[in-house]
Every structure is written in structure tokens, then in C-alpha cells.
Design a protein around this ligand. Structure first.
Ligand code: ZN
Ligand code: ZN
Ligand code: FE
Length: 748
């Protein structure tokens, strides 16, 4: 036997593979597979994807394609394989051919993914040349998105360009059967990035930097740790003093800190973990998973009374070396600025917060915060979509022209759409200051470069005071391209439609905190009938006074007072928000409301949750967005009872009545959730009867409330509605840009 037999049934096919197929070990995988099946031909990359020519017996070719589909490399994501028949060329052997770089590229870029099992074993193996090396990686794992400066994905166009490979690494890099074949960030202790530890102003250690950092952490100190997409501030999560020090220095009182633990077993000690949650914790995306906290050894101040704790597992080799016990790992930033990513910036901005700095010399090209995910009925429900997910696109149900959608203000992300892909950016932050705007601009430059998108249209919110709107207006003028302004709640509903591949029309519930309405009022309790082209506002919560705008949002007790006043309900001194306000405050607020000075009007459902939370004594002042609603949700017990909801007056009167007869607040909270769920069912039924629509879309920040969402889903399911909820982008404003992009692409 010598080589494949030249028989008549020998055929040749050209395969073209699209998706995430570059920088993920795709060609070596194809190479190995072709050798196993004794096929001849070649494989190569171009900027559109991977091309393969294979030749052999028909049945073997079919088996090859089946194996490729079923067992692609771990990081690959095959979107499509196109097969064309060719004439056999009767060549022998199989090879990997040179890349054919082209511009106008359409290849997808892999997100940053966690260390793989093979690399983890090497990290822990004293005999391995990369034993305890914090930057170990291979084609199946490691940094991608945050180190890529441009395409094609090649070491010289990443921040690894500064580290020429040693001979041993190079040998792996050029060996098609090696796990590190063409692994662009390939490195070892001899040639790759290094860590160092800086304590105080001058002391610096290169040797055993991690040992020094560990010692500081175990002493209860705060250490700034440079990771994959930016810096974390770390401290021992079971040390009260350490956690309190971090809170004091960061000036962050209420908002819970995320915790990194070694493994699922440790996660189970601090929280309840379902099977679905365990799968998510150990997934290669390694998000922060919001879990129900247990009473345990974790410092109480990690979550400050919040019933959930955000938990993640280590995702870089560096983290594996560092996380011996549960650590607080919170994004390192100064005030409300974006996450810090550079060494100089960290030393300058975090010196008042951190006692020590664990630095390394591999640059982070773009920042990328940790993602945050909840599990809803076994399925992922994103709260923040960032590291591990960005820049993987959302697939659209139609083709779009090149669009840039800039999102909203809080929890901002942007979207670049092209073809049938919507590339959602990493989490940018609250666009309320110049630093965040700069981070947005940098992220935009980066993503438009690596995906070769040149926006023909730019889309923003209607809110005139959003920084994003102002930036979009300037950008459109500079580039001389059309600017489209999209109503906030229409964008929310269009977003959930798009990721579900539905074109509508649908019954859309956009239950939200704040959104600029067509009439200038603050909307947020909106029911719209919508498709991508247009929407009709068919129902909304009645307008209520919002005295002093932000002052009311940060102080739910002031909101409660305003809502009671507007509905003619007495300010009874026994009610928690009335007790909380000083008599001067009450007098001034009453005057403000009566004279209607600086009082906005709002139909927001988010505000109604705040009012109820204050009214029953759950929370009077908040230190982060949606805090009152989150605590109200956590308290709610399941009940069949509902409140009358013909008007806000009827609702609030009934709640006050329940308080007066001493009904437990957990029961009132549960009853309120059930009331809102039934309200949604009732309106949906009315609209179905009138208009024949059967699909209900649920979006807006209020639907981060999983208790509410589960109840609504249950009710709508029982009544045979088709229900759309978010799975890929958050229901809050972090998903807004997706809706903006699809609406604009339909309008032009
Ligand atoms: Zn690996
Ligand atoms: Zn090396
Ligand atoms: Fe919103």
C-alpha cells in the first residue's frame, strides 16, 4: 500500500468555513483530522474565514465534514460551511498553506477565554517548563480580544509583539500537531511577560512577586491586581477589617463586591449553586454569577445586606496562583471612571486605595470588565455582557447596512452592525464623565478597526442631555452621515425582538427606570405595539411627580412622599418614609409639589418599585441604581394575592392598609410583584382581543427582576402567549444599543 488508491470513486471538495475560526487552532485541527482520515489536500486562512480542499473516497469526505462539525476546536464557533465539488488533482499529502490576507475582513474575533484544562495541568506540574508561569496559554485558551490591535490576528498585531519567542516556544508555534501551533500569545518564563509586586512607594519584587502579593492579602491588605481586561482591587473576603478598609478607601458603601473562589465546591460554601449555575461558573466565559448567599464565613460587608453574592472562578493562570481563599475582586477604578488597565495609571490613581500592586508587562490594549449573569429557569440571563462574550456578535434576522448605535447613559455599551451581525461592545460604564466618554471612543476605534466597519449611519437616544447623544450629534456632523434618534423604550423592545429573531409586531412591555419620552416626560412604564419601523404607545403608568429629579431617585422616601401626596393619601407619621423625613424636609417638599417647582413627570415602573420599597420600610436612600428594587425583590414571598391596580391610588391605599393591619413586609412585597405580573397579563389579554397580537416582548431594567419575570412568564404561558425575553444582551440599558441599531437599519 502506498498512499491513497487512485480509484474512480476518489472525489475532491472545497470547503469554506465561516465563524470564529481564526486564532483558535482551526487549521491544526483540520490538519490532524485530514491525517486521521487519510485525505490529501490543504487548509488555509483568508480574511473571510478558513478554506479547505480535501480529496479521497466520498464516504471518508463525508465523515471528515461530520467530525469537523461535531468536534471543532474548543474556542471555534462555526457559523457556516459551504461545500463545492471539484475535480480530483491526485496530489499526495495534506498541508497548511500560507495565509491570504485581504482587507474588508469579515472574520469573527474570539473573546478572551479562561485557561484550558491542559494549560492548568501544566501550570500545576513541577516538571513542566511552565510550572507556575502566570501567562501560560495555548490555541484553546487565553487572551484574544483585549490584546488584538488589528487584524489579521497575528502576534505582531497584538500586545505580545514586544515578546519575541524563545527557541522552545517557536518550535511549538510552528509544529502543526502541537497544542500551541500558531498560538499568537504563546510564551514561557524565558521569553514571555513577567509579574512584579510593588509595595508602598519603592519596594519592588520580581522574584516571587505572587508570593509577596499573597502574603499581603493574607495580612488583610488591599492589592491591585492586573488581570486580563483591567485591574481588580483584591482583599481577603473573610476578613472584616480588610473588606471595610476597601469600602472606606473606595468610597463605596452599599454596592456588593464580587468574590473570586477557587472552585465550585468553595462557591457552594458561600452560596447555593444549582447545576445550571455550576455549569455557568465553570464555563469558559467565566462570568460573575449572581448566587443566593448563604450565612457563612464571608465578611458581612462583602454584600452589605444584599441577599445575592456575585461569584466567579479564576480565569487566568495568574488568578489560579492567587486565589487560595475567597477574595473580593472588584473592578479597580477611580470614582465613577472606567476600569484602570495600564500600570502607570494604576500606580497614579489607585495609590490611595491599594497597599500593593501586582503588575505585569503585557499591555492590555482595550479594557474589558467582568460579565455578570443570572440564571433564570436554567438559562443564562445577562446583567452585564462583557469579558468572555464581547466581541462575539448577536446574529440578526436580516441584513443591515453599517451602523453605529451609541446606547444610552447608564451601564453603557455600543453596537456596530454589519451584514447580519450586531457586534456589541464590552461594558463601557456610566457615561456621565469625560473619562468614560474617552473609554467609549477608544473602544469604538478598536472595534471599528478590527471589524472594518465604517458607519454609514449613527444612532442615539432622544435624550438631549445624554453625553452619548451629544457625541453622536458631533460625530454625525463631522463624518457627514445621517443621525437617527430612537425613543428609549422602542429601542429596548426592538433589542429583545432582534436577539430572538422576531420582526413583529409585538406587544412590548418596556418597564424601566428612566427614558426620555416623546412628550418630554420621563417614561418607563410603557406598553407599546412595535415592530422595527414604528411603535404605538398603547398604555402606560399614570404620570406621577418626580420632585428634584436625581434627588428623588437617590432618596426613595422623597419619591414615596411625592406619590402619596399626588394621590391624596395622608402622610401618616407611622409610615416609614414619613418617619425618615425631617419636618423641614416635609414642609419644603410639600411646597415644592404644590407650587410644581422643579418637578418632572414620570410614568416609570422602576420608580413605582422604589416607592413601594420605601413605603414598606425596605429602603429610604440608595447608593446604587435599582438598590431598593433589588432588596424588595429579595424579600418577596410567593403569594396568590394581588392588590387592586385600577390606579396608583388604589394600589398605594391598599398597601398602606396592609401596613396598618401589620401584614409582614415580605408578604406585601410578594403581593406587589404578583400584582405587577397580573397587570401585564391583563393588558396583554386586552391587546390580544383588540388587535390579535399574541407575542409579548419583555425588556427594560425592571426585568432584571427575576422574581417578577418568572411570575410574568408563568402567567403568560398559561394563557398561550408567545414570550420574548433577553438571553444574549441585558434587559437594562446595557442592551439598548442593539435595539437602536436594528431600528436605524430599517429606517434607512
Ligand atoms: Zn490552553
Ligand atoms: Zn519561550
Ligand atoms: Fe432603559
Amino acid at each position: 500500500m502506498s498512499g491513497p488508491a487512485l480509484t474512480d470513486n476518489r472525489i475532491r471538495q472545497r470547503l469554506f468555513v465561516e465563524g470564529v475560526v481564526q486564532g483558535v487552532g482551526f487549521r491544526p485541527c483540520v490538519y490532524g483530522l485530514a491525517l486521521r482520515h487519510h485525505l490529501s489536500g490543504f487548509v488555509g486562512n483568508n480574511s473571510e474565514g478558513v478554506f479547505i480542499e480535501i480529496e479521497g473516497a466520498a464516504a471518508t469526505l463525508a465523515a471528515f465534514v461530520r467530525d469537523l462539525r461535531n468536534n471543532p476546536p474548543p474556542l471555534a464557533h462555526i457559523e457556516q460551511i459551504t461545500i463545492t465539488e471539484m475535480d480530483p488533482s491526485h496530489e499526495n499529502g495534506f498541508e497548511i498553506v500560507q495565509s491570504q490576507a485581504q482587507y474588508g475582513a469579515n472574520t469573527l474575533i474570539s473573546p478572551d477565554l479562561c485557561i484550558c484544562d491542559d494549560c492548568l495541568q501544566e501550570l500545576q506540574n513541577p516538571a513542566d517548563r511552565r510550572y507556575r508561569y502566570p501567562f501560560i496559554n495555548c490555541t484553546n485558551c487565553g487572551p484574544r480580544f483585549t490584546i488584538i490591535k488589528d487584524i489579521p490576528y497575528d502576534r505582531l498585531l497584538t500586545t505580545m509583539a514586544a515578546f519575541p519567542m524563545c527557541e522552545a516556544c517557536e518550535a511549538e508555534y510552528y509544529d502543526p500537531l502541537n497544542r500551541r501551533f500558531h498560538a499568537q500569545p504563546n510564551a514561557c518564563p524565558d521569553c514571555g511577560p513577567q509579574v512584579n509586586y510593588i509595595q508602598g512607594q519603592q519596594q519592588m519584587w520580581r522574584d516571587d512577586a505572587i508570593g509577596h502579593a499573597l502574603e499581603a492579602l493574607h495580612r488583610g491588605q488591599v492589592v491591585a491586581v492586573k488581570g486580563l481586561g483591567g485591574f481588580h482591587l483584591a482583599c481577603d473576603a473573610s476578613n472584616d477589617d480588610a473588606v471595610n478598609t476597601l469600602r472606606d478607601r473606595k468610597g463605596r458603601q452599599g454596592k456588593p463586591f464580587a468574590v473570586m473562589v477557587r472552585d465550585v465546591a468553595t462557591a457552594r460554601q458561600i452560596a447555593t449553586v444549582s447545576d445550571a449555575e455550576a455549569r455557568l461558573l465553570t464555563s469558559r466565559e467565566r462570568p460573575i454569577v449572581l448566587l443566593h448567599k448563604r450565612d457563612n464565613t464571608l465578611s458581612e460587608n462583602v454584600t452589605s445586606g444584599n441577599p445575592y453574592v456575585g461569584v466567579m472562578l479564576p480565569y487566568t493562570p495568574l488568578h489560579y496562583l492567587l486565589v487560595e481563599r475567597p477574595l473580593v475582586m472588584t473592578s479597580a477604578n477611580y470614582s465613577n471612571e472606567p476600569i484602570v488597565k495600564d500600570n502607570d495609571e494604576a500606580l497614579a490613581k489607585l495609590s490611595d486605595i491599594a497597599d500593593g500592586f501586582l503588575l505585569h508587562d503585557r499591555d492590555i490594549h482595550v479594557h474589558c470588565d467582568d460579565s455578570v449573569i443570572r440564571v433564570l429557569d436554567e438559562v443564562e440571563y445577562p446583567v452585564r455582557r462583557s469579558r468572555g462574550y464581547a466581541p462575539f456578535p448577536v446574529k440578526l434576522p436580516f441584513n443591515v447596512s453599517q451602523v453605529l448605535a451609541v446606547g444610552g447613559e447608564l451601564k453603557s455599551t455600543f453596537c456596530l452592525a454589519k451584514g447580519d451581525y450586531a457586534f456589541m461592545s464590552q461594558h463601557i460604564g456610566d457615561m456621565e464623565n469625560l473619562e468614560t466618554l474617552r473609554a467609549f471612543e477608544r473602544a469604538y476605534q478598536h472595534m471599528s478597526t478590527i471589524f472594518r466597519v465604517e458607519p454609514k449611519t449613527i444612532v442615539c437616544d432622544q435624550h438631549p442631555r445624554y453625553l452619548s447623544t451629544q457625541w453622536a450629534t458631533r460625530f454625525a456632523a463631522e463624518q457627514d452621515i445621517p443621525l437617527v434618534k430612537v425613543q428609549h423604550h422602542h429601542a429596548h423592545i426592538a433589542g429583545v425582538m432582534a436577539e430572538n429573531g422576531v420582526t413583529g409586531p409585538v406587544i412590548g412591555f418596556s418597564y424601566d427606570g428612566t427614558g426620555y419620552g416623546d412628550d418630554g416626560a420621563i417614561w418607563g412604564g410603557e406598553v407599546i405595539i412595535a415592530d422595527y419601523m414604528q411603535y404605538e404607545r398603547v398604555s402606560h403608568l399614570p404620570y406621577m411627580p418626580l420632585p428634584g429629579g436625581d434627588a428623588a431617585i437617590k432618596n426613595p422616601y422623597r419619591l414615596a412622599l411625592a406619590y402619596l401626596w399626588a394621590n391624596g393619601i395622608t402622610w401618616d407619621d407611622m409610615l416609614p418614609p414619613i418617619m425618615h423625613a425631617t419636618s423641614t424636609e416635609k414642609r419644603v417638599l410639600r411646597q415644592q409639589l404644590e407650587r410644581n417647582v422643579n418637578v418632572a413627570q414620570t410614568s416609570s415602573m422602576g420608580r413605582l418599585f422604589d416607592v413601594v420599597a420605601a413605603l414598606i420600610g425596605v429602603r429610604q436612600e440608595v447608593s446604587y441604581e435599582a438598590q431598593a428594587a433589588i432588596e424588595l425583590e429579595a424579600l418577596a414571598t410567593v403569594t396568590d394575592q394581588i392588590y387592586p391596580f385600577s390606579s396608583i391610588k388604589a394600589l398605594l391605599t391598599a398597601i398602606v392598609g396592609d401596613l396598618q393591619i401589620g401584614r409582614p413586609v415580605s408578604c406585601i412585597a410578594g403581593k406587589f410583584h404578583n400584582t405587577v405580573a397580573h397587570h401585564i397579563l391583563q393588558i396583554s389579554q386586552q391587546i390580544r382581543e383588540r388587535q390579535g397580537l399574541n407575542t409579548v416582548a419583555l425588556s427594560g431594567g425592571v426585568f432584571q427582576n427575576v422574581t417578577l419575570l418568572q411570575q410574568v412568564r408563568g402567567l403568560l404561558n398559561n394563557h398561550q402567549f408567545n414570550i420574548l425575553v433577553h438571553q444574549q444582551v441585558p434587559a437594562n440599558d446595557g442592551g439598548l444599543a442593539l435595539g437602536q441599531a436594528v431600528i436605524a437599519s430599517q429606517l434607512i
